[in-house]
Design a protein around this ligand. Structure first.
Ligand code: PNS
Length: 179
């Protein structure tokens, strides 16, 4: 069967199995560090697609707690059990990464209405630039208050973040922030 051009929509009534394009998706982010909220989105996405590419942004402008390689190693360890998750890093525009990797769809978690404005603009810009679609998945309410930056702040001042991050990340946080 002929492959449909990148980023185009299948006509109504056609089989969902019309090429690789529907089956691979990207979950992008900084993941500094990965939280249980991220994992919830990645895990649920992995049940819907053949392959999930977790894309870690290389952001030279932002000071991070963990290096990109540390974040990749951690993500690989905590997503291994899903079996269809690949972790990559990217620099620059997410849609360029998507094009290089043949990924037509971005999945983002939405925690609250406050996320929506920013995410909607980004989704619309990304679509306009490239035709790459963005799908929003509602975050598990258990994690709707959770962000990597809040988590780091709590951990930095000795607060308890167990249950909010995988055990491996908990140990890494304690180690990194101690002293
Ligand atoms: O975990 P974060 O920091 O909220 O993730 C944000 C991320 C990496 C998904 C977003 O900043 C991004 O896609 N950055 C890459 C640059 C880009 O493509 N910008 C879009 C302009 S519309």
């Amino acid at each position: 069967m002929a492959k449909r051009p990148f980023g185009t929509v299948a006509p109504p009534g056609t089989s969902r199995n019309w090429g690789y394009a529907l089956r691979r998706v990207v979950c992008p982010g900084s993941f500094d560090p990965v939280t249980n909220g991220h994992l919830d989105i990645i895990g649920r996405t992995s049940r819907l697609y053949d392959e999930v590419v977790v894309a870690v942004l290389i952001n030279v402008e932002k000071k991070s707690l963990f290096t990109v390689d540390e974040r990749i190693e951690t993500l690989e360890a905590v997503t291994r059990e899903y079996g269809n998750v690949r972790v990559e890093k990217f620099y620059g525009l997410l849609v360029d990464f998507c094009k290089q990797q043949g990924i037509p769809t971005i999945v983002k978690g939405l925690r609250a209405v406050s996320d929506f404005d920013y995410e909607l603009q980004m989704a619309q810009l990304n679509y306009r630039m490239s035709g790459v679609e963005t799908l929003f998945m509602s975050t598990n309410p258990e994690y709707s208050f959770l962000s990597s930056s809040r988590l780091k702040e709590i951990a930095r001042y000795g607060g308890d973040v167990s249950g909010l991050v995988p055990d491996l990340v908990h140990r890494m946080l304690v180690e990194r922030l101690r002293g």
